[in-house]
Structure formats: structure tokens, C-alpha cells
Design a protein around this ligand. Structure first.
Ligand code: HEM
Length: 878
């Protein structure tokens, strides 16, 4: 699929994305706070019906409304957790969400969010933005009255109404023609100007962007969209696309000090012509719009000429200064390393903005001519620009432009400037440099002419997504007794103490049996497989008899009633455990806790037949990888006393394409344990086990006669043992993953190492790490083979039940090569703590499947955040 031939679903895109609505000069923007979610959803649904799509064409004499949401607004509408997490980090955090963000944007001093009139900290939380456009003031008033009534009925509060006031000649308040240069969307615009053509995916989500990739966007499980309201993801994946046809909308109220602007110019150069020329140099265009690159000496009338670059026409900035507003906000072909080439334009295309701003407040002088603006007395009125822009990636586009170009003192080889028109004036940034022959001119002490008064980041969904937001979420009620009470709150009764004592005795007994490893190996060779088959036979007989999951297609999932609630409780319990246990120390993982070693590795995709060339496995190549060998949790114990199940976490970096979680880019994680079945068949049983771990009674989970898990226990017992070395165990994924559309696989990492290490007696606390060190002393590399197994039958190879071993043939697809290296260092151990292995760090083609995987998304994400917070560590991205 290429950026050129992609066909846009115009009838699903809100009209304002593709048109600035010049025909509707009157506009009001209403910031909303929802009340009752049900009523709010109803209102969204009704409003959506009146929203014109981009297919409707230019508005004639009518009015238009459009709708966008903040992240808290989407949360308020009870969008599912999975969908909410799919939005970009900066959108979730919000425009005023952190001091880091304010620094990036230059929002300091009088522009700091604390000073804002709306959208700042401490103010009312904005949930949505209603955009109203009309041809005349009367039509706008009528539209607003109608909307106010509808809002009141739905219990929605209008927090702030910002009305624009159109200025003559399409000008902004400083007196310059605005809205001339816009990117032209490939496939939509008829413009022949290649330099302005940009892939639609730079502004509309769900389409290839300028790099021919799909920008990250929220998606939902098909089961969360039973009525198929949303479009399907166009990749090899069955997810439904909440982001497609939507766009992120940046909204900033920018106040302009028009009197200050012209007074400063007057003080800088009292000569009328020179003053006008300097003002034009600050913008990069004359007030009438002519670009300085084309008309460097004097204004050449009104113009909307946009057919120019900088490198060949004006590399030194002698016509249009290097730091002029339009040159900073769109450097065109002047970007290094190869200015003047297609490469330079290609970089620039990644940072374009689709502007939809409108002026507000009365003009300082009606005519808006420089002379009249200069002559006018300061009236103290509030005026400026309601800056609105659309982009697919706020961080890469709007924030980048603002930080790296507008407010960067070192832009284009300058060193003490910022954008002369709109820039923040941080330390040493109050200069404007005008390149000239023989010597450049430098203007000093530029005040900040533009201040921020408020703002927010919004998401403007496609029309189908709006209908999805309006539909009631499926209310999930727990059918199961998931963990009810945090363990710490349980009474310390005598029977609980005795039960714990019994548990310790049993665990110790199991531990002792583990020391007879030689005997155990003999047993395994003779009985492990037949015993596994027997247990599996019993489980499968039950599944066949009740035709469990027989109605599911291959790779199809089934959401279990109440699973979200249970997941939430497991997460709460695990984070509570971390906080309780590690408050004063270094927090470890809540599961798979002990790290035996974090090692650098190479992941080598094998030469595969065509039908296996999917996603990561598309072509034979190598990826850099980290491999973590770990042991069970939740506490760190001497190796011999662990429960005998080892774990493997693999993180590949440099993976082309976006992952399903946005905390990392271009990674693909795999994980497995040294048993072919998971300890628990599903998330409900997992919740029970977690609760019993919390009260110190894990063995009771298996033995409780009223709710026994004997078969699971047998399977675990068959594979849990004192391992000789983490390099010698097989690691099964246990839970399934998508392998392109409509296919599901489980995988296993099988060691190709021939040796069999003994468990030393007495065993040092870290004997497993010692075994790894010894091996890497002896061999050049340790190799694991990754093998996949396809799901062939929904009953006997289920997606939702991790206690069933799939029996289809194993197919080798990759090799994991771990070279000789030094890994037992404090730095590596710290890195291991910061590293987050999450099955959702995956390409959409390899999306995790099944309830335990769905739960892992939330559990891993939240617990790793808590862990990193306790330790004051950063999230480690390779
Ligand atoms: C009150 C604040 C602002 C004023 C008065 C202002 C004014 C102008 C003017 C007069 C132009 C030239 C006309 C045109 O090419 O459309 C322009 C262009 C532009 N402005 Fe602004 N602007 C403001 C804020 C911003 C901000 C905050 C950004 C983005 C961070 C921005 C991005 C752009 C871009 C991308 C262009 C087009 C450049 C090109 O393609 O050549 N502007 N602005």
C-alpha cells in the first residue's frame, strides 16, 4: 500500500479535516464538561448525526458542527481501557500535563499553564470541544442557541465559549495575510506542486504516512465492537480501528500584543519603509502575502504564491531571513544533511501541520494596515489567534515544530534567536538576525509578542468512531469470586497461621524432592510425556464432550464475562504487593521476579516459505535483542527454593512498524516459561492464585478440595523441577498469538545446547547464574531455536484456556543467538529491572490473544510503572 494510491474514506472523515471552511467565516469553539456518561453518550450520538463528512463538499450558506475529545473526555465516556491506552502519550498527558511538556512548548512566564484562563491545572477538566461554524453572525447565534439547548438536556456544561471574529483580507491581528501555505494531501488535492504534497497519513490516522507507515492509533478487540461499528485494521490483523479517519487537534489560544509589536518595530527602525521591511522579514511574507523569497525588496501587491523553496532560491537567508516565522515553521528544502534535495523535503514532510486557526477579538485598527496599526493607541483589548492544527502525531509534528524550530535558539545555525513573531524568549533568545551583505543586522531585546492563554489536545474521531463512542459500553459484571480484599487486611487468625505453616511445610517438602535431580531426570525421560498426554487427555475429553469453543473460528477470541473487573483487581493486588514489600527498597517484578541474567543477543529470522512470511518474519534478517532469564516470584529466593519454573523474556529492537503499546517504538517482545501450560488456565483462576499468594497459601490453590486444580497441579509438577541451567530449558509461550489475519500460533524457544548441567549440592543461592557464566566461558554462543505451532482446532487447541497443550507440528522460524559476554554486572541488573517485557510490545500481526494475554497488557503495564516509580528508574527502551 503506498501513500500515493491510498483511497481516503471521505464519508467517514469530519469535514473540517479537509476544509478550512473559508465560506463559513463565523466560528465559536465551546469547551465542554460532561455530566452523566450515559446522557453524554446520547448527546454524542445525536450530534454525530449532524456532522458533515469530508465527502459532502464545500458548505454553501449553511452551518457546520464538529466534535473532538480530550483523553479525560474519552475516559468519561467509558471507553475501554485497551482503547484508551492506544492513544498517544502526549494526548493522554494533555497540553498542560507536565512541566516537561510546558518546557518543550515554551509555555513559561506569563504563558505558563498556571496563568491560563482555561485548560490549565486546577481549572475545570475539559472533556470535549464543540466547533460551530456559520456563514453569518445570525446563523452562528441560531446554531449556538440550538446547541446550548441540546447540551443542557444532556447535562453537559459549556465551560468556555471562544468566538472568533473574522478579520478583513484573511489577515491576522499583526496585519499579515494568514492561512496561505498548507500541505496538500496526496490523493485529495489536485495541486501539482510536489513540494507541498504530503501523504494523508500525516494528518488522518489509519493511512500510510510520509514514511509509508501507519502512525500509532487506538484499536479495540473485535469483541469490544460486536456490532462492527468500527472499520477493521487494514494490516494483517483483525483488530477494529478506533483511530482510522480521525486526527489529533491542537488548540491554543494565543494572545497577540499588536500594539507592542508595532511599537517595538517603530523603536527599532523609525523609517516607515525599513520598518515594514523588517516586519515582513520577521514573518517571511509581506502583509499582503507575497513571499520575500519571490519579492525581496518591496511589497508586490497581494499574493498567495506558495511555489518556492529556500535552498536554491535563498540559501543564505538574504531574501527571507533564516529565522523568519514561515521559514522556521516550514523550512521546506533547507533541512540538513542534504538541503535542496528530495531527502530534505522528505524530512520536512514528517513535520507538517494542517492549520485551521481563526482570529479572535477586535482588530486594533479596522483597516489592519501597518500605518493604522502603528498609529492606534493601545486599547488593552484581548485579541489574538485561536490556533488550531491537525496532525497524526502531536509529538512528531506540532510539538517538534514548536520545540525544535520555533523556540530553538540554534535553529539553522543561529544561536540566540527564537521565532521573532511567536517565539518564547528564554535566556539569550531575544534576538532576531537578518542576514545581509556585507554584514548581517541583529535586532535585540525582542519582547514576547504572543502569549498563551489556554489550550488542550483533542482527538477528532471519524464518524464511525463517533458512533462507537456513543454506543453503550458492555457492562461487565463479575461472575466469579475474584480477589476481594487486599491480603494485608485479612485478620491474623490462628487457623490462617496454621494454614500458612502447612503451606511452608509442603513447599519445603517439594523443595527437598527437587534435590534428587538425577532421579528426576530419569523419571522425566520415561514418564513426562506419557503422564502429560494422560492429563491432557482428561482435559480434552471434557472440552470435547461440552464442545467448548466449538463455535469459535480459528484465531477468534471470546471475552469472558467479568474479565476486565478481575484484571483490574489482580493489577491492584500486585501493585499493592509491590508497594507494601518494596517501599523502602528496590522494587522487583511482581512476577518472574528473580533475574538470572540479562544478555545481549541476536534474533535471526530464518528463510521461510511464503505463507510464513508475516510481520516480523517477512524476510530473513537479524535483529538486536535483549534476553532476560528469570525465575518465579513474587519474592526473590535462593535458586534451589524457587518453584522450579524458569522464564524467558526476549525484546527485539529496530523492528519496522509500530507496536501495539505506545511506551516503546519498534520493539517486539516474546516471553515463555519452562512449562508447556500456564500455571492457571484463565484470568479468573489466576486471580484466585494471586489472592492465595497474597495470604501466603499458594499450595492451597491446587489442593483446596472445594475448588481443586489437581490437573493443573499435575502438569505443573511434571515440568517444575530444579533446573541445571536456564540455558538448557525449553520456554513455551503457553498463550497464543496472532500470526497474520485469521491464524494463531503458540511458540517455544528450544535450546540447541547439548550439555546438561547438574544442580550442585549444596546449591549456592545463585547457582543458576553461575551455570550460565560457566557455559559462556566454555562455548562461543548459546543458541535457542524459536518454533511456532498453528492452531488447527478451536476445541482441542483453544485460545482462551492456557491449560491445554497444542499438538500441531512445531515449525522452526528463528534462532536466538546469545554470544559470549560479561553480564553479571550491577549495571546489567539495573537494566534488567528497567526493562519491561510485555507481550503487547508486538506488531499488530503478532497481537497477543486470549484472556490471560489481554490481562497481561494491563497488569504488566501498571506494575512496571509502579516498579519504576519506586526505584526512580526510567523506562528502558533499547
Ligand atoms: C498568534 C500567533 C501566530 C501568528 C500571528 C501567525 C502568523 C502567520 C502568518 C502571517 C503566516 C504566513 C501566511 C501563511 O503562510 O499561511 C504564517 C504561516 C505559518 N504559521 Fe503561523 N502564526 C502564528 C502562530 C503559529 C504557530 C503557533 C505555529 C505552529 C507551531 C504556526 C505555524 C505556521 C505555519 C506552519 C505556517 C506556514 C509556513 C509555510 O508553509 O510557509 N504559526 N503564520
Amino acid at each position: 500500500m503506498s501513500a500515493r494510491d491510498e483511497h481516503l474514506d471521505l464519508d467517514d472523515i469530519q469535514g473540517v479535516v479537509l476544509s478550512g471552511y473559508g465560506e463559513l467565516p463565523q466560528a465559536s469553539f465551546v469547551m465542554l464538561a460532561f455530566g452523566d456518561p450515559e446522557l453524554a453518550r446520547g448527546w454524542v450520538g445525536r450530534t454525530a448525526q449532524g456532522i458533515a463528512s469530508a465527502a459532502v463538499g464545500r458548505p454553501q450558506g449553511s452551518s457546520r458542527v464538529h466534535l473532538a475529545f480530550t483523553w479525560p473526555g474519552l475516559e468519561h465516556l467509558e471507553l475501554s481501557w485497551q482503547a484508551l491506552k492506544g492513544f498517544s502519550r502526549e494526548f493522554r498527558e494533555g497540553l498542560a500535563g507536565s512541566s516537561r511538556r510546558s518546557r518543550i512548548l515554551g509555555d513559561s512566564g506569563d504563558s505558563a499553564p498556571e496563568q491560563w484562563r482555561w485548560g490549565g491545572p486546577g481549572g475545570s477538566v475539559i472533556h470535549a470541544l464543540l466547533m460551530c461554524y456559520a456563514a453569518t453572525p445570525e446563523a452562528l447565534e441560531a446554531l449556538l442557541a440550538e446547541q446550548r439547548e441540546a447540551l443542557a438536556e444532556a447535562g453537559i456544561e459549556a465551560l468556555e465559549t471562544l468566538s472568533s471574529q473574522p478579520l478583513p483580507g484573511g489577515k491576522e491581528h499583526f496585519g499579515f495575510r494568514d492561512g496561505i501555505s498548507q500541505p496538500k494531501l496526496a490523493g485529495v488535492s489536485t495541486s501539482q506542486d510536489e513540494r507541498q504534497r504530503v501523504a494523508p497519513g500525516e494528518f488522518v490516522l489509519g493511512y500510510p504516512n510520509a514514511r509509508d507507515q501507519l502512525t500509532m492509533r487506538p484499536m479495540v478487540d473485535p469483541i469490544e465492537d460486536p456490532d462492527d461499528l468500527l472499520p477493521e485494521v487494514t494490516l494483517d490483523s483483525d483488530l477494529h480501528d478506533l483511530g482510522r479517519n480521525g486526527s489529533y487537534l491542537v488548540f491554543r489560544q494565543l494572545s497577540q500584543d499588536v500594539h507592542g509589536f508595532w511599537s517595538w518595530l517603530d523603536a527599532a527602525t523609525p523609517d516607515g519603509e525599513a520598518r515594514l521591511a523588517l516586519a515582513a522579514k520577521m514573518v517571511g511574507r509581506w502583509p499582503g502575502g507575497e513571499p520575500l523569497v519571490k519579492a525581496p525588496q518591496q511589497p508586490a501587491g497581494d499574493g498567495t504564491d506558495n511555489d518556492f523553496g529556500y535552498h536554491h532560491e535563498d540559501a543564505e537567508g538574504l531574501k527571507c531571513p533564516l529565522g523568519a516565522h514561515i521559514r522556521r515553521t516550514n523550512p521546506r528544502d533547507m533541512l540538513p544533511p542534504k538541503p535542496g534535495t528530495e531527502d530534505s523535503l522528505a524530512i520536512n514532510r514528517r513535520h507538517r501541520l494542517l492549520r485551521r486557526g481563526r482570529a479572535y477579538g477586535p482588530p486594533l485598527a479596522e483597516s489592519l494596515t501597518p500605518d493604522d496599526l502603528l498609529a492606534a493607541a493601545d486599547d488593552g483589548a484581548e485579541r489574538g489567534l485561536l490556533f488550531l492544527c491537525l496532525n497524526a502525531d502531536i509529538s512528531r509534528q506540532f510539538e517538534f515544530v514548536q520545540q525544535t524550530w520555533v523556540n530553538n535558539a540554534n535553529f539553522a545555525g543561529l544561536y540566540a534567536d527564537s521565532d521573532p513573531l511567536i517565539g518564547a524568549r528564554g535566556e539569550g533568545q531575544a534576538t532576531f538576525t537578518v542576514p545581509a551583505e556585507p554584514v548581517r543586522q541583529r535586532c535585540h531585546d525582542l519582547p514576547r509578542f504572543v502569549q498563551v492563554r489556554g489550550g488542550a489536545y483533542f482527538f477528532m474521531p471519524g464518524l464511525r468512531a463517533l458512533r462507537y463512542l456513543a454506543a453503550s459500553p458492555r457492562r461487565l459484571t463479575s461472575a466469579v469470586s475474584a480477589p476481594a480484599m487486599p491480603a494485608t487486611l485479612l485478620p491474623d487468625t490462628w487457623w490462617l497461621r496454621s494454614a500458612r505453616g502447612l503451606n511452608v511445610a509442603l513447599e519445603t517438602g517439594i523443595g527437598v524432592t527437587r534435590r534428587f535431580t538425577r532421579l528426576r531426570n530419569v523419571f522425566d525421560r520415561a514418564f513426562q510425556q506419557p503422564a502429560t498426554d494422560a492429563v491432557q487427555g482428561i482435559i480434552l475429553r471434557r472440552r470435547r464432550r461440552h464442545a467448548i469453543d466449538a463455535d469459535l473460528a480459528i484465531a477468534a477470541e471470546r471475552r469472558l464475562a467479568g474479565e476486565e473487573e478481575v484484571t483490574r483487581r489482580i493489577t491492584e493486588q500486585m501493585t499493592a504487593f509491590l508497594l507494601r514489600t518494596y517501599r523502602q527498597g528496590t522494587a522487583e517484578r511482581a512476577g518472574n521476579t528473580k533475574t538470572y541474567g540479562l544478555l545481549e543477543a541476536e534474533f535471526e529470522v530464518l528463510e521461510l516459505p511464503d505463507d510464513l512470511r508475516i510481520g516480523l518474519f517477512r524476510e530473513p534478517r537479524r535483529f538486536d535483542a535483549w534476553v532476560r532469564f528469570g525465575g518465579p516470584g513474587p519474592r526473590v529466593t535462593p535458586d534451589i527454593r524457587n518453584n522450579g519454573v524458569l522464564s524467558l523474556g526476549v525484546k527485539l529492537s529496530g523492528v519496522p512498524g509500530e507496536t501495539l503499546l505506545d511506551d516503546e517504538d519498534h520493539t517486539q517482545d516474546f516471553s515463555g516459561i519452562s512449562a508447556p501450560t500456564f500455571t492457571t488456565p484463565d484470568v479468573f483462576e489466576n486471580a484466585k492464585l494471586q489472592r492465595l499468594i497474597g495470604v501466603g497459601l499458594p499450595v492451597w490453590y491446587f489442593l483446596n478440595p472445594f475448588d481443586s486444580h489437581y490437573l493443573d497441579m499435575l502438569l505443573q509438577a511434571l515440568y517444575a523441577k530444579a533446573h541445571g541451567s536456564p540455558f538448557e530449558a525449553s520456554y513455551w509461550s503457553c498463550v497464543p498469538y496472532l500470526y497474520g489475519k485469521g491464524r494463531a500460533v503458540k511458540y517455544r524457544f528450544v535450546p540447541l545446547l547439548a550439555s546438561q548441567s547438574r544442580v550442585p549440592l549444596p546449591a549456592p543461592d545463585d547457582y543458576l547464574r553461575l551455570a550460565m557464566l560457566r557455559t559462556l566461558d566454555e562455548v562461543e554462543e548459546v543458541v535457542f531455536e524459536m518454533r511456532i505451532q498453528f492452531q488447527e482446532d478451536p476445541v482441542t487447541m483453544p485460545i482462551e484456556d492456557a491449560s491445554v497443550i497444542w499438538t500441531s507440528p512445531e515449525i522452526p522460524v528463528a534462532r536466538l543467538r546469545i554470544p559470549r559476554q560479561t553480564f553479571a554486572t550491577p549495571e546489567r541488573d539495573r537494566l534488567a529491572r528497567e526493562l519491561t517485557i510485555n507481550p503487547w510490545h508486538a506488531l499488530p500481526e503478532h497481537r497477543p490473544l486470549g484472556n490471560q494475554n489481554r490481562a497481561r497488557k494491563q497488569i504488566y503495564y501498571e506494575t512496571s510503572r509502579v516498579r519504576q516509580r519506586i526505584n526512580g528508574e526510567e523506562h528502558f527502551k533499547p
